[in-house]
Design a protein around this ligand. Sequence first.
Ligand code: GLN
Length: 192
Amino acid sequence: PPRIGVLALQGDVREHVRILDGLGAETVLVRRPEELARVQALVIPGGESSVMDKLSRTFGLREPIRHAIAAGLPVFGTCAGLILLADRITDGITGQQTFGGLDVTVRRNAFGSQVDSFETDLDVPAVGAEPVHAVFIRAPLVEDAGPDVETLAALADGTVVAVRSGNLMGTSFHPEMNGETRFHSLLLKMSR
Ligand code: GLN
């Protein structure tokens, strides 16, 4: 089975592990560079991007992850994970950094305090004809994307909430929270 890592510094690690196990992957919790080196693809979970940023530096994972991304490792980021893949963020906390690699600008907590979380159905042709039930929690949005970035999903008002470019994919929402497996399946395909 493909060995898929889940960055396990903070966030909803277990939900991703459950989905990956269900798809028959061998799941590796990644907290150290040696664990990262063993995986054929990586998931960066939802959680708090500024905390994961700090912990990745504490654990000596920041540079290894940046190198792995540049070397073509398939990576799927959900919510905070999307933020960490973005080349540019607005509304980051002071000094907040990302791993980068995805040529997008992402705005954190973009839906404001009045709409902390919401759910909606989205068309995502790249994963199949059935709509995706998308759960947004203090979600970021993609403000701007470079020419090589493919939009996978947008809200009715055109706001981009899922993207893919080369080996990287990110969603503003949390497919792992309601048993949506098709993005993780796509990651498994990307890892071959
Ligand atoms: N607001 C969080 C952040 O900035 C992301 C929220 C989430 O992952 N559910 O990292």
